[in-house]
Design a protein around this ligand. Structure first.
Ligand code: PLP
Length: 499
C-alpha cells in the first residue's frame, strides 16, 4: 500500500467508523453468533496474492461486525464501560504511525517524557498526594490493565519485603531464609476485591487470603476486618506483605475504609520500617470520579499507601488500553524490575538523568499510550471531564429512582454509586431462594433478547442485576428504555411462574 492508497483507504475506513458510531444504537448490542462462526466463513489460509483494501474493508461489515458486542452502544450497561472517544482514537492512530517499542528513553525521548508529563497532570487532576508525582520520589507509568498494575506492584512489594527482612543475612543463610519466607508470604484483599489480586498472588508464587468485607458498612473492607485476618496470619506463621484496597468494587462499587485500614497497617507494621505491608489502591473504574472535587476527600489517606491505579480506559474517554499506575517510591519498582544486559545499556541510562520505563513494568517494549491521554485531557479539559462524570452519576440516580418507584418488583441492594445500580427481583411469596431464581431468569431473558446488555453478580448470597449508566453515549431515554424492558420482563416471568 503506497501513500496515496493509504490516504484513500484511511478516508474510507474513517467514513465507515463514523457511520458505525452514528448508528451504533440501532444494532443488536450483544453478538449472537455461534462459537466458531468465523472459522466457517474465512479461508483456511492467507491469500497467495495481496488483495485490494476495498475487498478487505467489505468483510468488516459482513464478517466482523456480526461477531462484535457493541461496548460503545448506549444500550450497553454491562460490566464497567470501556469508553472510547474520537480524540482517543486519533491518539491511537498517531501512536501506531510512530510505532516504536520505546523501552528506554533514547528509543524515543518523547514517548517517555510525554508519559511523565501527562501522568503528573493526571495525578494532580485526581487529587493524589504530591508523593505520587515524578517531582517527588514517586511517579506514574501506563500499564495495560489494572490486573497488570497489581502483578507489577506485588512483585515489587515481594522483593522489597524479602530484601528488607533478610538484609542481615548472607550466603546459604540468606538463600534459606528467602526460600522459607517465600513459602509463608501472603497477599491480602477483601472478599469484594477484584479477582486480579488472587491471580497476581498465583503469578508471584505467594499465598492469598481474603478479608470479609463488612455488611454493616456497605461491603467495604475496614481496619477492624483487616486486623482480624492479620491476627490469624500471625497465629498461622504467615507473613502478610501486600494488600489490595478498592475504590469502587466490581460488584457494587463499594469504597474501602482507607483511613481505618491505614491505621491498622501502621499499628501492625510501622510504615517505612522493614517488613511494612505494601498497600495498593485499586480504583480501576471509580477512580475516574476523582476528577470531581466532590469525590476528592476519598484520597485523604493515600499518602499512607504505596500505589494507586485507575483505568483511563474505563470511564475517562480514553480508548483501551490506558491503565495509570502511580507509585510513591519509583525506586521500589526499579529495584525489583531493572535488569541491565549490555545490549540495553546506553549513555543516557547510565547517566541516571532519564527514566527508562522498562524498569517500571513487566514487558520490555511499550506503546506510545500517553498520546491518547494527552489528546483526551486537552480536548475535554478538566471541566469537560467533570461534566462527563457528573452526567453519568446523575443518570444513575435517575435510574435508581425508577427502580425504587416499583418496590413491588425490585429491591435496591447497593447504590446508586458511581453510576452503578445493583438490585434484585422481588418474589411475591418472599424468600431469598425464589428471589435469586427470579433475578437470574429475568437477567438471562433480558440479555438473550439483545435489546440491552447488563451483567449480574452474586453479592452476599443474593443474585443481583447490575446496571451501569456510564457509557459515553448514555442518555436518560436509554435508561428509561432499560427500565421499561426490566419491568416488562419481570412481569412476564412472574406471570409465567404464577400460571
Ligand atoms: N479492579 C476492579 C475494581 C475492576 O472492576 C476490574 C475490572 O472490571 C479490574 C480490577 C480488572 O481490570 P483490568 O481489565 O484492567 O485488569
Amino acid at each position: 500500500m503506497d501513500s496515496q492508497q493509504f490516504k484513500d483507504a484511511a478516508t474510507s475506513a474513517i467514513d465507515e467508523i463514523v457511520r458505525y458510531y452514528d448508528t451504533i444504537g440501532d444494532r443488536r448490542v450483544v453478538s449472537n453468533v455461534e462459537p466458531g462462526y468465523l472459522k466457517k466463513i474465512l479461508p483456511d489460509g492467507p491469500p497467495e496474492e495481496g488483495e485490494p483494501w476495498a475487498d478487505i474493508q467489505k468483510d468488516i461489515e459482513t464478517k466482523i461486525i456480526p461477531g462484535l458486542t457493541h461496548w460503545q452502544s448506549p444500550n450497553f450497561m454491562a460490566f464497567f464501560p470501556a469508553s472510547s472517544s474520537f480524540p482517543g482514537m486519533l491518539g491511537e492512530l498517531y501512536s501506531s504511525a510512530f510505532t516504536a517499542p520505546a523501552f528506554n528513553w533514547i528509543c524515543s525521548p518523547a514517548v517517555t517524557e510525554l508519559e511523565t508529563v501527562v501522568l503528573d497532570w493526571l495525578a494532580k487532576l485526581l487529587h493524589l498526594p504530591d508523593c505520587y508525582l515524578s517531582t517527588s520520589h514517586g511517579g506514574g507509568v501506563i500499564q495495560g490493565s489494572a490486573s497488570e498494575a497489581i502483578v507489577t506492584t506485588m512483585v515489587a512489594a515481594r522483593d522489597k519485603y524479602l530484601r528488607e527482612t533478610t538484609s542481615h543475612l548472607t550466603g546459604m543463610e540468606l538463600e534459606d531464609a528467602i526460600a522459607h519466607k517465600r513459602s509463608k508470604m501472603v497477599a491480602l484483599g477483601s472478599d469484594q476485591a477484584h479477582s486480579s489480586t488472587q491471580k497476581a498472588a498465583q503469578i508471584a508464587g505467594v499465598r492469598y487470603r481474603s478479608i470479609p468485607a463488612s455488611k454493616e458498612d456497605g461491603l467495604s473492607m475496614t481496619g477492624a476486618g483487616l486486623e482480624e485476618v492479620l491476627k490469624q496470619c500471625k497465629v498461622q506463621g504467615l507473613e502478610p506483605f501486600y494488600i489490595t484496597t478498592t475504590l469502587g468494587t466490581t460488584a457494587t462499587c463499594a469504597v474501602d475504609d482507607f483511613a481505618s485500614i491505614a491505621s491498622t497497617l501502621a499499628e501492625y507494621a510501622p510504615p517505612d520500617a522493614p517488613g511494612e505491608i505494601w498497600a495498593h489502591v485499586d480504583a480501576a473504574y471509580a477512580g475516574a470520579a476523582l476528577v470531581c472535587p466532590e469525590y476528592q476527600h476519598l484520597t485523604a489517606s493515600f499518602q499512607h499507601f504505596h500505589s494507586f491505579d485507575m483505568n483511563m480506559h474505563k470511564w475517562l474517554l480514553t480508548n483501551f488500553d490506558a491503565s495509570c499506575l502511580f507509585v510513591k517510591k519509583r525506586k521500589d519498582l526499579i529495584d525489583a524490575l531493572s535488569i541491565m544486559p549490555s545490549y540495553l545499556r546506553n549513555e543516557f541510562s547510565d547517566s541516571g538523568l532519564v527514566t527508562d520505563y522498562r524498569d517500571w513494568q513487566i514487558p520490555l517494549g511499550r506503546r506510545f499510550r500517553s498520546l491518547k491521554i494527552w489528546f483526551v485531557l486537552r480536548t475535554y479539559g478538566v471541566k469537560g471531564l467533570q461534566e462527563h462524570i457528573r452526567k453519568h452519576v446523575s443518570l444513575g440516580e435517575g435510574f435508581a429512582s425508577l427502580v425504587k418507584s416499583r418496590p413491588d418488583l425490585f429491591k435496591i441492594l447497593a447504590g446508586p454509586s458511581f453510576a452503578l445500580t445493583v438490585f434484585n427481583i422481588v418474589s411475591p411469596g418472599g424468600g431469598e431462594k425464589e428471589e435469586n431464581a427470579l433475578s437470574r431468569e429475568v437477567y438471562e431473558l433480558v440479555n438473550s433478547r439483545g435489546e440491552i446488555y447488563i451483567t449480574s453478580s452474586v453479592v452476599a448470597g443474593s443474585y443481583v442485576i447490575r446496571v451501569v449508566s456510564a457509557n459515553p453515549k448514555a442518555e436518560e431515554k436509554y435508561l428509561r428504555k432499560a427500565f421499561d424492558i426490566l419491568v416488562a420482563t419481570t412481569e412476564e416471568v412472574r406471570d409465567g411462574k404464577s400460571k
